[in-house]
Design a protein around this ligand. Structure first.
Ligand code: SF4
Length: 321
């Protein structure tokens, strides 16, 4: 199947500035050569602990931040070389749903105006009011709610509003950045169910950014595991979750927070011994070696090349290949 989204060798390096002169003293390699493909109507989960670069990767794919290197193709169109003006009509095809539904909605705007915002920018629809009503219904809210303000809604309802806003421009791809992790557990499940229903009815593709393996299991057909700016293992959800190969993936799965657990269970806890190293100074060789229970001599000096384990499965680890 042809890819809706095809990302190759994506790099985002932020300069670290020091002193009064703000001289560049180094770079944080937030995203360091990420490649992924997503078919229309499917879900790919991008998984890792906080600080692994997954949100930055999402923003660079959406062209909200500029990548230093690499290619991002949407339905075959290369996005990284386009001007802001050329990008504008393509923006509708990709929308983002953010983690915090409290911060992502303008408190001074009525819900109807928030949902219609994107449509207005694209000058797409004449009859905004009717379309806003339909969108609110589609996400499980009453059309009359268009007249209210965000503070009158709960976290889960706000996330529904944010989803309606994203859907308003008929996207093909939603990049969902931990869209349920700020919500209570019972509400999380409702939002995940809503996303699943919308995918089935609208044929949406999701790039789902999360640290929660249980959410991956529920939603995604494919998984890419990210550690310090790089993808260390990818494959189908079944392959990766039932038989993880990379020691980091194994550690993530052992630390699995279950959807059904209490809120405390969803906190981000370190999954392997030791702290996550800074992406400004990633360890030599395999970045995971200081925390890896199976590290060998070679792991300290050489970054492991990709080993293909099946047509859908790739791992970067010296234990294989
Ligand atoms: Fe562990 Fe070595 Fe594999 Fe890295 S390459 S995950 S250190 S065994």
């Amino acid at each position: 199947q042809e890819a809706l989204l095809d990302v190759t060798g994506l790099k985002v390096h932020f300069p670290i500035r020091k002193g009064v002169l703000q001289r560049v003293a180094g770079h944080v390699r937030a995203v360091d050569g990420v490649s992924l493909r997503l078919a229309p109507g499917k879900t790919l989960a991008l998984v890792g602990e906080s600080g692994c670069g997954k949100t930055t990767a999402g923003k660079a794919i959406l062209q909200l931040i500029k990548a230093d290197e690499g290619s991002v193709k949407l339905s075959g169109t290369e996005l990284t070389q386009l001007t802001a003006r050329q990008l504008r009509p393509l923006r509708a095809a990709m929308q983002m749903v953010f983690q915090d539904p409290f911060a992502s909605l303008n408190p001074r705007m009525r819900v109807g105006a928030i949902v219609a915002e994107g449509m207005r920018a694209l000058q797409k629809q004449d009859n905004h009011e009717q379309r806003v009503g339909e969108l609110l219904q589609q996400v499980g809210l009453a059309p009359e709610m268009a007249d209210r303000y965000p503070h009158e809604f709960s976290g889960g309802q706000r996330q529904r509003i944010a989803i309606a806003r994203a859907l308003a421009v008929n996207p093909q791809l939603l990049i969902c950045d931990e869209p349920t992790s700020a919500l209570d557990v019972s509400v999380q499940a409702q939002i995940l169910n809503l996303l699943k229903e919308l995918q089935a009815t609208l044929g949406l593709a999701y790039l789902f950014i999360t640290h929660n393996i249980a959410v991956v299991d529920y939603l995604a057909q494919e998984v890419a595991v990210m550690y310090l700016g790089r993808i260390v293992e990818r494959g189908t959800t079944d392959e990766v979750l039932r038989a993880p190969k990379h020691p980091y993936t194994q550690a993530l799965i052992v630390a699995v927070p279950r959807i059904t657990m209490e809120r405390e269970g969803d906190k981000q806890v370190p999954v392997a011994p030791g702290d996550i190293p800074s992406p400004a100074k990633p360890p030599s060789g395999c970045h995971f070696h200081p925390r890896c229970p199976q590290a060998m001599e070679v792991c300290r000096s050489a970054y492991p090349a990709a080993t293909t384990l099946s047509p859908t499965r790739v791992v970067h680890c010296h234990l294989y290949g």
